[in-house]
Design a protein around this ligand. Structure first.
Ligand code: ATP
Ligand code: RIB
Length: 311
């Protein structure tokens, strides 16, 4: 039976522009190409979950506009359950301006729009309505909503996986109820702890600092091309990722943590789930786009087979 994962998070349209190098302050440059693609950390994660075989339910807020209509169609096409999506008047669908440089690195500015209208009440009633095996959240929606989700999940023993982006140092993360997995990337780790996770020792120091702020069963630090580090009861294990030609890193983190979430609730093995997340994200970074770059189960199987990888 398919596992149900409810993603309570954001949905954006991405204006994705390929450039040689991102413009400096005050500079205008010419881009190489552009496209509008479905994005938003939450929607990218919900697409990942659907592609990898979950019953993926997305609780997000869209505007009552052309981008909102187009995105909902895309989600339905991926088989995402859209019954918990709110359509709000007076706020446009979220929009992200994404520049992707020749080496695949991105810079992103987001206008939240309708995402700012995703209320705690709607999120909690979506959990009650979908009875998920796990809930997945990010910080691209109001913090109060994430906090309410953490309280409900804690009180009702629903495992909550938090992909801790985007980070704002002023986020009062100590107000979260204990969560199951807390997973920031390198930048987010530094913003939340003041410690750059540059090597194993600093990763452990950062997790110790993080654990004073947020209680979690596991801390998983995403380390970009170095893979990811899992902190489990005093043990820190770095799981390297796979060598691929990087085209576009957009949604690397979203796909990694969503894949880890699904595989964890299927196997209850955190290190294996981290290897699975690395494999999914490494295929995603080798292709252009956001959620659409994530492999489905068959493409993932082909990647593993072709590269002789056993997870
Ligand atoms: P983004 O914001 O671009 O979505 P992120 O900064 O949140 O991503 P990263 O730590 O950059 O997250 O990447 C997440 C995961 O993607 C890594 O843990 C790894 O599994 C995979 N990954 C990232 N960069 C590479 C790379 N160059 N080669 C292979 N895998 C990668
Ligand atoms: O993590 C990548 C995503 O961040 C993009 O799709 C963009 O919409 C922003 O939410």
């Amino acid at each position: 039976m398919k596992k149900t994962v409810l993603t309570v998070s954001s949905a954006n349209m991405d204006l994705n522009m390929r450039v040689n190098e991102a413009p400096l302050k005050g500079q205008t440059i010419l881009g190489d190409s552009y496209s509008y693609v479905p994005g938003g950390k939450g929607a990218n994660s919900a697409i990942t979950l659907a592609k990898l075989g979950a019953h993926s339910v997305l609780c997000a807020a869209l505007g009552n506009d052309a981008n909102g209509t187009a995105l909902k169609k895309v989600y339905n096409g991926f088989g995402i359950d859209t019954s918990c999506i709110l359509t709000v008047n007076d706020y446009p669908t979220g929009l992200a301006a994404v520049t992707v440089e020749a080496d695949g690195a991105n810079r992103i500015a987001v206008f939240s729009g309708a995402n700012s209208m995703l209320t705690p009440e709607h999120a909690v009633s979506s959990i009650k309505a979908s009875s998920p095996d796990a809930v997945f959240c990010q910080f691209e929606i109001p913090f109060e909503t994430v906090r309410a989700v953490s309280e409900y999940c804690h009180e009702n023993s629903v495992p909550l996986f938090i992909d801790a982006g985007p980070a704002d140092p002023s986020l009062p993360i100590e107000k979260l109820a204990p969560v199951f997995v807390f997973s920031p990337n390198e930048t987010e780790t530094e913003l939340f702890t003041g410690i750059s996770p540059s090597d194993e020792e600093s990763c452990i120091q950062a997790v110790n600092r993080l654990s004073e702020r947020v209680k979690a069963r596991y801390y998983v630090i995403k380390l970009g091309s170095r893979g990811a580090g899992v902190y489990d009861n005093g043990n820190f294990t770095v799981i390297p990722t796979y060598d691929v030609k990087v085209v576009d890193t957009t949604a690397a983190g979203d796909s990694f943590t969503a894949a880890l979430t699904l595989e964890y609730i299927r196997t209850e093995d955190i290190l294996h789930s981290c290897r699975y997340g690395n494999a999914v994200a490494s295929v995603a970074v080798s292709r252009p786009g956001a959620g659409e770059s994530v492999p489905d189960s068959k493409e993932l199987e082909d990647f593993l087979h072709k590269n002789g990888i056993t997870l």
